[in-house]
Structure formats: structure tokens, C-alpha cells
Design a binder for this molecule. Structure first.
Ligand code: SAH
Ligand code: SF4
Ligand code: F3S
Length: 508
């Protein structure tokens, strides 16, 4: 908090959560109605722009839940009464993109809607230097908060509204609200959530990360690892199932170490076992698995339970044991290959995807060849490939021998070719088979960015249109069907493989 602002807490506000935030949701609503900004005829709108990983998207659903409870309605662009940027800082380009958007929204506020509320939150705001930069260069930002207290959005908005009211009488007052918590306090359950989809949902099972891979900023901005109690997770998944959700993605930076620190003595394998039996849930996925914590029990439960997708995202990062040690990953090239062998022995059809960093400090041609070697041997179904990005405050930022840009670029291109080859080869194996598909959208939107809009009329006239659905291996398939199938699991014959997606036809 800053010295030039006061966080106002009405004395009657409950001290415990979620009661406190539910109280502030009501107070915000009352204030907006009293000031004539919100009424039956007059709606207030909000827009949230989310950067980064699934964790952030999940947080945005929670922010949206609170805002909608206050009375805001969602719109798809920044021409809104309240705009939030939920930021990411994992690589430099993630931060650069945020700055571009902020410049844009500042212009809208200045030219079109001076009373607009602009908020910035998320991982970038856990970095003190970034908060300073925002404060100095972007005075139009009204609310800044971090990852640990995003549940407090109603309280922060209320403070802003009070400050704005006070400013009417005393124009010299500063109204902005800055509240970034250095460390996480407990997990706040039971606040309203607005799920983006009616048939798939992400569910946090843990927060934070304790692994401190030397290149990674996540442990610094997301805090120490903490698991949610299994009863809270089960309750949430049961509730989602009762609302018709078919696919659940369990989220955590290292889901395999779920349960650490909980009194109940539960493991990730046991949690998966419990969740996979919940009626109505047809597909269970999880992300991300750290290779060092992928136990035999997890592989066993995956192979036994039909509902758990035959897909694992298992970040390799590098194929060189020497570099893996410098990255603090706690496994070797051989350990990784052994895991892959175990997974394939238990589930021959499993899709394995990965993350790879190219150009980690000190990466030699020999190290890089080891990475290519693992990729050839594993034959990944797909990979997110990243050019190493120096993050201030991480140990690797101070490592000598940062790899020259042209060398990194050349290696990156070589890696892409190897990955493209294995992805296409694996994908093509399904040609001619029938698969279960969760229908996601009307229209043909492929992972390759190709869009072929179908009939997007609002009315469901029962006509056949273009549909896109997802297979258990996470790839998309385009086929024809009625729009009422969106959200359903259907059987689709895979007619043709287009390397990164399929063309299929509905099995009648
Ligand atoms: N917890 C997950 C990943 C979270 S970040 C895990 O351990 O697998 C997602 C990916 O971003 C990482 O797997 C890594 O490949 C990449 N990444 C993280 N920090 C990076 C950096 N400084 N430069 C380039 N890529 C990075
Ligand atoms: Fe980052 Fe490593 Fe934690 Fe993943 S496991 S979030 S890469 S520190
Ligand atoms: Fe980015 Fe934060 Fe996720 S830094 S990758 S949004 S945990």
C-alpha cells in the first residue's frame, strides 16, 4: 500500500473470507446504484483481458464472477466501464504485449470515457519494479493488485469508489488503489465464479510453485506451493458436473506434487482416482506434470480410469542432463526417457506433449543435440517451444555464457522441424478410426489459426453446419453436424489428418 492513499474499511465489514468480499460486493452495488451509475435501464460493462497460462484464465473467471455479482455485464472489447488486465511475466514478450494494450486503453479513457475504471493485476504486478513503472508512467490506472489478493477485487473497487466520491469535495486527493501482497495468505473458497464455458472447466488443485527452476519467475510471483483441500475440489467438480460440465482440467504448476502440506495425507494419484468416479464428468485432464514427481501410482490410475484422457503434458525443457542440472529440474535425460517408456507401456496410445526451452545460458551445440535426440526418441505429439528469456531476479539471469541470438534462432528452427515431423506422424495414426469428440464450437477453427466460419446465425434451426471438436489427445477435428451438439460428446470418424488437426464425419 502507498503512503498517499487510504484503504477505507467500513467498521462493520466482516473480517473472515469469503464473507468480507460478499459484503463488499453488496456495498459496491449499493454505491453504484446510489450514484446513479447502475440501474435497471443503465448497465455497467466490464472487460477482462487475460495474458499467460491457464492459471491466469482461471483467476479471470473468478474476477468476472465478482464483477457480475456487483452488476457489471461482460463485453468483448475495451470500450467498457471497467477494464482489467490480468498480466503474465513468464517471458519478456508477455510483458511487452501488456504495455501495448495499456497504452491503447489509456487513449480510450482519455478520449471517450474519463470515468472508466482501469485495473492491472496478475503476475507482472508481483514485481515491485513493474508496479513502480505503472505508477510513474500510467497515471490513468485506477487499481493495481497482485496474484495473492485477486479475490479482493470487490474491496478494492469499493475503496476506489469511496476515493472518487471524496475527490469531488477535495480535488487534490489521489484516488488510485494499489494493494499488492508479497506473500500468499490462506486460500479463499466460495466466491462467485463466472465459467467461460458451460461444458469444460479448469479447476485449481494447487497454487504457487516450490521448484525454483533457475530460469523461471513463477515461484517469485505466485508464491509457495499450497494445495486445496480435496473436499473443496471434489465439491467444485461435483457442482460443475451437476451443471452439465463434461470436461475438467485440473490446474497447478506441478500437479504431481498435489497434497504436500495438507493434513489429510492425500496424493495426486488418490485425488485423480476420486475425481474420475464423479458422475457426469466424461473427461479429466491435468496440467502441468513435473517429470520429477510423476509417480507409478499416477501412471497406474491413468491407465485404469476411462475418464482420464490419454494425454500428458510433460515438460522436458532440455534433453541435456548437464543443462537440466543447471536448470534445477531434478531429473536426467535418462530419467525422462524411462518415464516415457513407462507411460507408453501402460498406455500405448497416450499422447505426450512437452515444453522446451532453447538457448538456456551455456547451451552448447552438444547440449542442443541431446534435446533433438530426446525429441526423436520420444516422438512428441506436440511441443511448446520457447526461446530462453532472461527474467530479472532468477538465478539464470546472472549465469555467464548467454547464447547469441542468431545461434538460438537457428537451433529453434531445427527443433521446430523435428517436432512438426513427430506431431504429424503421431496424428496421422488415428486416420480411419472412430473417436469420442467433445464438440466445442460452431465453425471451423483450427489450432493452426485457420478459420472457416459455419452458420453462425443465433437460431438453432436444426440445420447441419460446420463444427469443431476436441479429441482425447487434445487435437481438433472439423466435421459437420447440428449446432445443438456443441457441449456434447459424439463419435466422429477420422477421415483425414491435416498434420495438426483432422477432418472427420459424424458416426450416425
Ligand atoms: N509449471 C510448469 C510450467 C510453467 S511456465 C512446468 O514446470 O512445466 C510454462 C513454460 O514456460 C515452462 O515449461 C518453460 O518451458 C517456459 N518458461 C518458463 N520460464 C521461461 C523463460 N525464462 N524463458 C523461456 N521459457 C520459459
Ligand atoms: Fe517454473 Fe519450474 Fe515451477 Fe514450472 S516447476 S512453474 S518451470 S519453477
Ligand atoms: Fe504467466 Fe503467471 Fe502463468 S507468469 S505463465 S500467468 S503463472
Amino acid at each position: 500500500m502507498l503512503d498517499d492513499q487510504v484503504i477505507i474499511s467500513p467498521s462493520e465489514a466482516p473480517v473472515s473470507e469469503p464473507e468480507r468480499q460478499l459484503f463488499y460486493i453488496e456495498r459496491c452495488r449499493e454505491m453504484l446504484i446510489e450514484s446513479g451509475l447502475l440501474s435497471e435501464e443503465k448497465k455497467l460493462t466490464y472487460h477482462i483481458s487475460t495474458f499467460g497460462c491457464q492459471m491466469n484464465f482461471r483467476d479471470s473467471e473468478k474476477l468476472a464472477g465478482v464483477l457480475e455479482s456487483i452488476g457489471y455485464e461482460r463485453v468483448d472489447d475495451e470500450k467498457a466501464d471497467l477494464v482489467l488486465y490480468n498480466t503474465c511475466t513468464v517471458r519478456e514478450n508477455a510483458s511487452t504485449r501488456v504495455y501495448g494494450r495499456i497504452g491503447y486503453v489509456g487513449k480510450i479513457k482519455k478520449e471517450k470515457n474519463p470515468s472508466m475504471v482501469i485495473g492491472i493485476c496478475g503476475c507482472m504486478m508481483q514485481e515491485p519494479d513493474e508496479v513502480e513503472k505503472m505508477k510513474k508512467s500510467y497515471s490513468f490506472i485506477d487499481i493495481i493488485f497482485g496474484t495473492h489478493n485477486s479475490y479482493k477485487i470487490a474491496e478494492l473497487l469499493y475503496t476506489l469508489l469511496i476515493n472518487r466520491k471524496a475527490k469531488e469535495k477535495k480535488p487534490s486527493l489521489k484516488t488510485h488503489v494499489i494493494d499488492v501482497q508479497k506473500e500468499a495468505t490462506g486460500i479463499v473458497e466460495d466466491l462467485p465464479v463466472r465459467y467461460d464455458s458451460t461444458f469444460r472447466a479448469g479447476v485449481n488443485i494447487m497454487y504457487g510453485c516450490d521448484n525454483f527452476c533457475t530460469y523461471c519467475i513463477v515461484p517469485y510471483v505466485r508464491g509457495r506451493e499450497r494445495s486445496r483441500k480435496s473436499c473443496d475440489i471434489i465439491r467444485e467438480v461435483e457442482d460443475l458436473a451437476s451443471r452439465g460440465v463434461k470436461e475438467i482440467m485440473l490446474l497447478g504448476q506441478n500437479v504431481n506434487s498435489y497434497g504436500k502440506g495438507l493434513d489429510e495425507g492425500i496424493t495426486f494419484a488418490a485425488l485423480l482416482d476420486r475425481l474420475s468416479d464423479i458422475k457426469g464428468i466424461k473427461r479429466l485432464r491435468f496440467m502441468t506434470s513435473h517429470p520429477k514427481d510423476l509417480s507409478d501410482d499416477i501412471i497406474d490410475v491413468m491407465s485404469r480410469k476411462e475418464t482420464i484422457c490419454r494425454h500428458i503434458h510433460l515438460p522436458l525443457q532440455s534433453g541435456s542432463s548437464r543443462l537440466l542440472k543447471k536448470m534445477n529440474r531434478h531429473y536426467t535425460k535418462e530419467d525422462f526417457l524411462t518415464l516415457v517408456r513407462k507411460l507408453r507401456a501402460a498406455m500405448p496410445d497416450i499422447a505426450i506433449t512437452t515444453d522446451i526451452i532453447v538457448g538456456f545460458p551455456g547451451e552448447t551445440e552438444e547440449d542442443f543435440k541431446e534435446t533433438l535426440d530426446v525429441c526423436e526418441e520420444v516422438s512428441f505429439d506436440s511441443a511448446f517451444t520457447f526461446i530462453y528469456s532472461k527474467r530479472t531476479g532468477t538465478p539464470a539471469a546472472a549465469f555467464p555464457d548467454q547464447v547469441p541470438e542468431d545461434v538460438v534462432k537457428e537451433r529453434f528452427d531445427r527443433l521446430l522441424k523435428v517436432i512438426a515431423r513427430s506431431s504429424a506422424a503421431n496424428a496421422s495414426r488415428l486416420t480411419g478410426t472412430d473417436r469420442d469428440v467433445l464438440v466445442e464450437t460452431v465453425g471451423h477453427t483450427g489450432d493452426n489459426g485457420e478459420t472457416r466460419p459455419g452458420d453462425v446465425s443465433e437460431v438453432d434451426d436444426g440445420a447441419v453446419t460446420a463444427l469443431t471438436g476436441r479429441l482425447g489427445n487434445n487435437l481438433l477435428v472439423h466435421f459437420e453436424g447440428k449446432r445443438s451438439l456443441v457441449g456434447e460428446i459424439v463419435r466422429v470418424h477420422i477421415d483425414e489428418c491435416k498434420d495438426f488437426y483432422y477432418l472427420g464425419s459424424l458416426v450416425k
